[in-house]
Design a protein around this ligand. Structure first.
Ligand SMILES: N[C@@H](CCC(=O)N[C@@H](CS)C(=O)NCC(=O)O)C(=O)O
Length: 211
């Protein structure tokens, strides 16, 4: 029986980092299955039963199986007690405001430009070379960031005024990946990231996720 009835599958990417970071924030112990993408480990019969789309991360909480990093950290934030200062909305309006950030990060930053770049750069041997698509994805990412930063002309400590939330976990993991791609980021956004990556939970999660 895993600790807290919880098992997390996956390490090594910005998406798996999200689950480990959320659990480190909440100081919740779990069993780790440190499988990596594209290693063959996501293609075993055991794993395909959990996620036929063979992606990491996945969590098992008792009999409940959940994929998709954003859904996972949202579930964890509502299932285990959040630490002091970690914002989990209790009403529909604040939930909607948080969702706006989460969906923005996941669709306009993560799933579209960053993943297009990954597919045609690091995974070009599978998806093909597409320099024009990479260039336009880089530009799109920067445009989205510029638009977003208009909401924060003086910078910010967190995306939600109430404080650190799952939206910041999604955002900072995207920014970390963008930095590895040498995408230029505004100074105020870099300062926001610096403030968040000082959190002990971020550092603990990096040690688990990026071995
Ligand atoms: N939208 C998914 C994306 C997950 C994803 O693409 N995972 C990649 C690693 S970052 C993966 O497992 N790839 C293995 C494969 O495609 O077989 C999430 O956020 O969890």
């Amino acid at each position: 029986m895993p600790k807290n009835d919880l098992r997390v599958w996956g390490i090594g990417t910005s998406r798996t980092m999200r689950a480990h970071w959320m659990l480190a924030e909440m100081d919740v112990d779990y069993e780790l299955r440190p499988i990596g993408p594209r290693t063959g480990e996501t293609l075993t019969e055991e794993y395909l039963r959990l996620n036929p789309r063979h992606k990491v991360p996945v969590i098992e909480h008792g009999p409940f199986v959940l994929a998709e990093s954003a859904a996972i950290i949202n579930y964890l934030s509502e299932t285990f007690p959040a630490p002091e200062g970690f914002f989990v909305p209790g009403d529909p309006v604040r939930r909607a405001a948080l969702n706006e950030w989460c969906f923005f990060v996941m669709t306009e930053l993560d799933a579209h430009p960053l993943y297009v770049i990954r597919r045609h750069l690091q995974l070009a041997h599978i998806y093909g070379e597409a320099p024009r698509a990479i260039q336009s994805a880089r530009e799109y990412f920067c445009e989205q960031i510029d638009g977003m930063m208009k909401k924060f002309p003086d910078g910010m400590a967190s995306l939600m005024p109430e404080g650190m939330s799952i939206a910041d976990i999604l955002m900072v993991t995207c920014l970390d990946y963008a930095l590895t791609l040498e995408i230029p980021l505004p100074q105020t956004l870099l300062a926001y990231r610096e403030g968040i990556v000082e959190r002990p939970a971020y550092r603990r999660a990096c040690e688990i996720n990026f071995v």
